[in-house]
Design a protein around this ligand. Structure first.
Ligand code: IDP
Ligand code: MG
Length: 210
């Protein structure tokens, strides 16, 4: 009888542990469940940047590089620019402030090196700190280009970042990658893999039909 009671009690305890997601006694791992990537993320295929590209919705894991240029930082526009991407529903996965080296900037703007404004562009971009970010979400490259607006602020619509905050092409406040391939190249240029953080957005199911 006593043995049977012990048996019942042990089963009850095991069921309780299973219900709470705890491992069987003697099988504890050194990583707590809440800190384990496996517990938090679905199984994924890794792309060239090491992030998941598998998803029910095409492009949800698309990423882009956005940078607040030195004039935007000097004018204390960083918060307002970050807010626009947050309120749109994109997910911030990387952010840092730095003074970009000439080497980094020449790689970033390599396709413009023959343009007459190139020397001034590099001088402007290295004149002070920039705030670079990686944003992720459905169609983020195309949508963020629309949010940023025309390269020439005189042509940029009101409501876009450049249309609201700038007046001249030489000081247009913000950078946004112009293609998915360009974004991948720029993200790898500005960020190391460990500087990007994958995390679960609590409102994911309110942003996407999953
Ligand atoms: P984008 O930033 O809209 O992608 P790009 O043609 O890639 O535009 O040019 C990169 C940056 O070079 C612009 O954001 C702007 O800062 C600068 N730029 C482009 N065209 C001119 C120009 O005609 N005069 C001065 N600066 C320019
Ligand atoms: Mg460009």
């Amino acid at each position: 009888m006593v043995l049977f009671q012990r048996y019942l009690l042990r089963n009850l305890v095991l069921q309780g542990r299973r219900h709470l997601g705890l491992p069987r006694p003697g099988k504890e791992s050194s990583t707590p469940a809440w800190a384990s990537d496996k517990a938090r993320s679905p199984p994924s295929r890794s792309g060239s940047l090491g992030y998941s590209t598998s998803s029910g919705i095409a492009g949800v894991k698309e990423r882009t590089l956005i940078a607040v240029k030195p004039d935007g930082v000097q004018r204390r526009l960083v918060g307002q620019i970050v807010q626009r991407f947050e309120q749109r529903g994109f997910r911030l996965v990387g952010l840092k402030m730095l003074k970009a080296s000439d080497d980094l900037l020449s790689q970033h703007y390599h396709d413009l090196s023959k343009k007459p404004f190139y020397p001034n562009l590099l001088r402007y971009m290295s004149s002070g700190p920039v705030v670079v970010m990686v944003w992720e979400g459905h169609n983020v490259v195309r949508t963020s280009r629309m949010m940023v607006g025309n390269t020439n602020p005189a042509e940029a619509h009101a409501g876009t970042i450049r249309g609201d905050f700038s007046i001249h092409i030489s000081r247009n406040v913000v950078h946004a990658s112009d293609s998915v391939e360009g974004a991948q190249r720029e993200i790898q240029l500005w960020f190391s893999r460990k500087e990007l953080t994958d995390w679960d957005c609590c409102d994911h199911s309110s942003t996407y039909q999953v």
